[in-house]
Design a protein. Structure first.
Length: 165
Protein backbone atom coordinates (compact mmCIF):
# COMPACT_ATOMS: atom_id res chain seq x y z
CA UNK A 1 0.00 0.00 0.00
CA UNK A 2 1.19 3.49 -0.81
CA UNK A 3 0.45 6.35 1.57
CA UNK A 4 0.81 9.99 0.52
CA UNK A 5 0.81 12.77 3.13
CA UNK A 6 1.00 16.05 1.26
CA UNK A 7 0.08 19.72 1.23
CA UNK A 8 1.00 23.08 2.71
CA UNK A 9 -0.09 22.27 6.26
CA UNK A 10 1.84 20.96 9.25
CA UNK A 11 1.88 17.28 10.15
CA UNK A 12 3.06 15.33 7.12
CA UNK A 13 6.26 13.99 8.64
CA UNK A 14 4.60 13.73 12.06
CA UNK A 15 1.89 11.46 10.61
CA UNK A 16 4.48 9.32 8.87
CA UNK A 17 6.58 8.95 12.02
CA UNK A 18 3.48 8.05 14.00
CA UNK A 19 2.89 5.22 11.55
CA UNK A 20 6.53 4.16 12.04
CA UNK A 21 6.03 4.12 15.80
CA UNK A 22 2.91 1.96 15.44
CA UNK A 23 4.71 -0.47 13.11
CA UNK A 24 7.71 -0.73 15.46
CA UNK A 25 5.29 -1.43 18.32
CA UNK A 26 4.13 -4.45 16.32
CA UNK A 27 7.73 -5.62 15.76
CA UNK A 28 7.75 -4.67 12.09
CA UNK A 29 10.85 -3.72 10.12
CA UNK A 30 10.85 0.04 9.46
CA UNK A 31 13.13 2.01 7.15
CA UNK A 32 13.10 5.80 6.99
CA UNK A 33 14.80 7.84 4.26
CA UNK A 34 14.85 11.58 4.85
CA UNK A 35 15.68 13.08 1.47
CA UNK A 36 16.18 16.70 2.59
CA UNK A 37 16.78 16.36 6.32
CA UNK A 38 19.92 15.51 8.24
CA UNK A 39 18.38 13.00 10.66
CA UNK A 40 18.64 15.27 13.71
CA UNK A 41 14.95 16.04 14.28
CA UNK A 42 13.63 14.97 17.67
CA UNK A 43 11.71 11.88 16.59
CA UNK A 44 14.58 10.17 14.78
CA UNK A 45 16.75 9.04 17.71
CA UNK A 46 13.86 7.37 19.62
CA UNK A 47 12.75 5.63 16.42
CA UNK A 48 16.32 4.38 15.92
CA UNK A 49 16.38 3.08 19.51
CA UNK A 50 13.16 1.21 18.79
CA UNK A 51 14.76 -0.46 15.76
CA UNK A 52 14.09 1.77 12.75
CA UNK A 53 16.83 2.03 10.16
CA UNK A 54 17.29 5.68 9.20
CA UNK A 55 19.00 7.17 6.19
CA UNK A 56 19.39 10.93 6.11
CA UNK A 57 20.86 13.53 3.81
CA UNK A 58 24.37 14.34 5.10
CA UNK A 59 24.49 17.74 3.39
CA UNK A 60 20.86 18.77 4.03
CA UNK A 61 19.97 22.34 3.08
CA UNK A 62 16.86 24.16 1.97
CA UNK A 63 16.60 23.65 -1.77
CA UNK A 64 16.74 27.38 -2.51
CA UNK A 65 20.11 27.60 -0.72
CA UNK A 66 21.72 24.84 -2.81
CA UNK A 67 24.21 25.54 -5.55
CA UNK A 68 24.79 23.08 -8.41
CA UNK A 69 27.49 21.19 -6.50
CA UNK A 70 25.18 20.82 -3.48
CA UNK A 71 22.40 19.57 -5.76
CA UNK A 72 24.68 17.00 -7.39
CA UNK A 73 25.94 15.72 -4.02
CA UNK A 74 22.42 15.56 -2.60
CA UNK A 75 21.09 13.74 -5.67
CA UNK A 76 23.94 11.20 -5.48
CA UNK A 77 23.46 10.65 -1.75
CA UNK A 78 19.68 10.28 -2.03
CA UNK A 79 19.87 7.96 -5.02
CA UNK A 80 22.48 5.76 -3.34
CA UNK A 81 20.36 5.51 -0.18
CA UNK A 82 17.29 4.58 -2.23
CA UNK A 83 19.28 1.90 -4.07
CA UNK A 84 20.42 0.45 -0.71
CA UNK A 85 16.86 0.36 0.59
CA UNK A 86 15.65 -1.37 -2.57
CA UNK A 87 17.83 -4.36 -1.66
CA UNK A 88 16.39 -4.68 1.87
CA UNK A 89 13.31 -6.32 3.31
CA UNK A 90 10.93 -4.07 5.21
CA UNK A 91 7.34 -3.83 6.32
CA UNK A 92 7.21 -0.02 6.22
CA UNK A 93 9.38 2.44 4.30
CA UNK A 94 8.97 6.17 4.84
CA UNK A 95 10.32 8.43 2.10
CA UNK A 96 10.23 11.76 3.89
CA UNK A 97 10.23 14.80 1.57
CA UNK A 98 10.05 12.54 -1.49
CA UNK A 99 7.82 15.08 -3.23
CA UNK A 100 10.40 17.87 -3.00
CA UNK A 101 13.29 15.55 -3.84
CA UNK A 102 11.48 14.44 -6.98
CA UNK A 103 10.31 17.93 -7.93
CA UNK A 104 13.80 19.42 -7.50
CA UNK A 105 15.70 16.59 -9.24
CA UNK A 106 17.41 15.59 -5.98
CA UNK A 107 16.88 11.88 -6.55
CA UNK A 108 16.69 9.69 -9.65
CA UNK A 109 12.95 10.16 -10.35
CA UNK A 110 12.62 7.00 -12.45
CA UNK A 111 14.23 4.92 -9.71
CA UNK A 112 11.98 6.52 -7.09
CA UNK A 113 8.84 5.78 -9.10
CA UNK A 114 9.93 2.21 -9.82
CA UNK A 115 10.80 1.63 -6.16
CA UNK A 116 7.52 3.05 -4.84
CA UNK A 117 5.27 1.20 -7.27
CA UNK A 118 7.11 -2.10 -6.82
CA UNK A 119 7.59 -1.93 -3.03
CA UNK A 120 4.05 -0.67 -2.51
CA UNK A 121 2.63 -3.96 -3.75
CA UNK A 122 4.21 -5.99 -0.93
CA UNK A 123 4.86 -3.45 1.84
CA UNK A 124 3.71 -0.09 3.14
CA UNK A 125 5.44 2.89 1.53
CA UNK A 126 4.87 6.44 2.73
CA UNK A 127 5.67 9.56 0.72
CA UNK A 128 5.60 13.02 2.28
CA UNK A 129 5.94 16.52 0.91
CA UNK A 130 4.16 19.62 -0.26
CA UNK A 131 3.53 19.06 -3.97
CA UNK A 132 3.42 15.43 -5.13
CA UNK A 133 4.20 14.46 -8.70
CA UNK A 134 1.14 13.32 -10.66
CA UNK A 135 2.36 9.71 -10.61
CA UNK A 136 2.48 9.83 -6.79
CA UNK A 137 -1.17 10.89 -6.62
CA UNK A 138 -2.14 8.21 -9.14
CA UNK A 139 -0.23 5.45 -7.32
CA UNK A 140 -1.41 6.33 -3.81
CA UNK A 141 -3.80 4.01 -2.01
CA UNK A 142 -4.09 6.60 0.77
CA UNK A 143 -3.81 10.30 -0.04
CA UNK A 144 -4.15 12.78 2.80
CA UNK A 145 -3.81 16.49 2.14
CA UNK A 146 -2.58 18.57 5.08
CA UNK A 147 -4.04 22.06 4.84
CA UNK A 148 -3.21 24.91 7.22
CA UNK A 149 -6.33 26.59 8.56
CA UNK A 150 -4.45 28.51 11.27
CA UNK A 151 -0.78 28.58 12.13
CA UNK A 152 1.16 30.51 14.80
CA UNK A 153 3.82 31.46 12.23
CA UNK A 154 1.35 33.80 10.52
CA UNK A 155 1.12 35.67 13.85
CA UNK A 156 4.90 35.96 14.11
CA UNK A 157 5.30 33.08 16.60
CA UNK A 158 8.42 31.02 15.74
CA UNK A 159 8.66 27.22 15.77
CA UNK A 160 9.12 25.66 19.19
CA UNK A 161 11.85 23.09 19.81
CA UNK A 162 10.35 19.68 20.52
CA UNK A 163 7.03 20.56 18.92
CA UNK A 164 7.59 21.84 15.38
CA UNK A 165 11.19 20.69 14.98
Amino acid sequence: MIHLYWGEGKGKTTAAMGLALRALGHHQNVIILQFLKDGSSGEIEPLRRLGATVYACPNAKFTWLMNEEDRAQTRASNTTALQRIADQNFDLCILDEACAACQNNLVDAALLQQFVTHAGTASEVVLTGRAPAPWMQAAADYSTEMRACQHPYTKGIPAREGIEY
